[in-house]
Design a protein around this ligand. Structure first.
Ligand code: ADP
Length: 379
């Protein structure tokens, strides 16, 4: 069975082709600058056509009919989708109905689904939702302390995101621990950043909420901020809602404080003596540490913490800053092992530390392919 996984952003499209069952793609690629001025790729239809051309030219397929399944990453599944879902007209209507909750992301996914239906007409189209894994949160974790009508009427609650990544690295960690019962904290640090508390491989708490803006400090997003700040800017400083949106989503976090959303730049600025860059790094690590403390309490114990994604996997200075002075919780980093990551699961705690500290490379595409495959095989 050949599964093509598509992970689409507004101006880029990542893809991987799998011959299942396998955790290793036959090929992987990225189409960038979709719809950007001066680019050859005007829209997602052309992007998928380019994917098809590449797969044919490289000899992975002779015709689109050889793709059995297209697995789509869809950001928002609301409360309707708890796992991988075969895309029907009704499912498409539900994804469309969620546009108001995730305008940019779900629209791009929707477009890609429609284009993939045309490009790969004989393939099953399956959606895997970022929110699905967090649907196991208890009500006292996902409800906000506002009247019920905002939940029932407006669907305002914590949804959580990056679920596919938290599930993938969390399950790898549980397997590594070899325990049937486990208490694990997963820390996904990419451009977007989030954490999850996993009890026996089920998400019971996570740091993103109604949207992907809450919780940790991120590349360009502020993370948690008192909503009073928003009223202040709107009521007294002449900001429009769009200005505040732009500020908190695009011009905050590392970008807003240090002038770049790339962690490597921020470290460089800090090393060159930029005090605001140093403070940005300190806040970034502090927020993670704060959340580890909260999640250790929520889990009533801790077996492992897992770092993943671009920053989590590659930034040993950041990991050291997060783990410093956490010995009370049993978190003791081995400074040498912390520098030895080479794209494979690595345990980086000192032997006497009672909590495992792990780096696990995330792979949302493998997880999506596996979920599609397992779903079709269970049937
Ligand atoms: P996305 O959320 O876009 O998938 P990634 O998981 O690829 O993001 O993470 C991207 C971020 O990883 C970059 O913005 C960069 O800050 C960070 N990163 C990549 N390599 C390193 C490194 N060697 N040291 C520190 N940060 C890194």
């Amino acid at each position: 069975m050949k599964i093509l996984v598509i992970n689409s952003g507004s101006s880029s499209l990542k893809y991987q082709l799998f011959q299942m069952p396998s955790d290793h793609p036959l090929c992987a690629g990225l189409v960038e600058r979709i719809g950007v001025a001066g680019s050859d790729i005007q829209n997602h239809e052309q992007a998928l056509q380019q994917v098809l051309n590449s797969l044919s030219t490289l000899g992975f397929i002779n015709s689109p009919d050889e793709i059995d399944v297209v697995g789509h990453r869809v950001v928002h599944g609301g409360e309707s989708f708890l796992g991988p879902t075969i895309i029907t007209d009704e499912v498409k209507a539900q994804i469309k109905a969620l546009f108001s909750l995730a305008p940019l992301h779900n629209q791009v996914s929707y477009t890609c689904i429609e284009v993939a239906e045309k490009t790969f007409p004989t393939a099953k189209q399956i959606a895997v939702f970022d929110t699905a894994y967090h649907q196991t949160l208890p009500d006292y974790a996902y409800r906000y302390a506002i009247p019920k009508k905002y939940y029932t009427g407006e669907r305002i609650r914590k949804y959580g995101f990056h679920g596919t990544s938290h599930k993938y690295v969390g399950e790898q960690a549980a397997k590594y621990l070899g325990k049937t019962e486990s208490k694990i904290i997963t820390i996904h640090l990419g451009n977007g950043c989030s954490m999850a508390a996993l009890l026996n491989s089920k998400s019971i708490e996570t740091s993103m909420g109604f949207g992907p803006l809450s919780g940790l400090m991120m590349g360009t997003r502020s993370g948690d901020i008192d909503p009073s700040v928003i009223f202040h800017l709107l009521d007294h400083k002449g900001y429009t809602p769009a200005d505040v949106n732009q500020l908190l989503n695009k011009a905050s976090g590392l970008q807003g404080m240090a002038g770049s959303n790339d962690m490597r730049d921020v470290h460089r600025f800090a090393a060159e003596g930029d005090a605001e860059a140093s403070l940005a790094l300190a806040i970034y690590a502090y927020r993670i540490k704060l959340t580890i403390g909260a999640y250790a309490a929520v889990l009533n114990g801790l077996d492992a913490i897992v770092f993943t994604a671009g920053v989590g996997e590659n930034d040993q200075l950041l990991r050291a800053a997060v783990c410093r002075d956490l010995s009370y919780l049993g978190i003791e980093l081995d400074g040498v092992k912390n520098g030895q990551y080479n794209k494979e699961i690595l345990e980086i705690n000192r032997p006497e530390g009672k909590v495992k500290i792990m780096i696990i490379p995330t792979n949302e595409e493998v997880e999506i392919a596996n979920q599609c495959y397992e779903m079709l095989h269970d049937k």
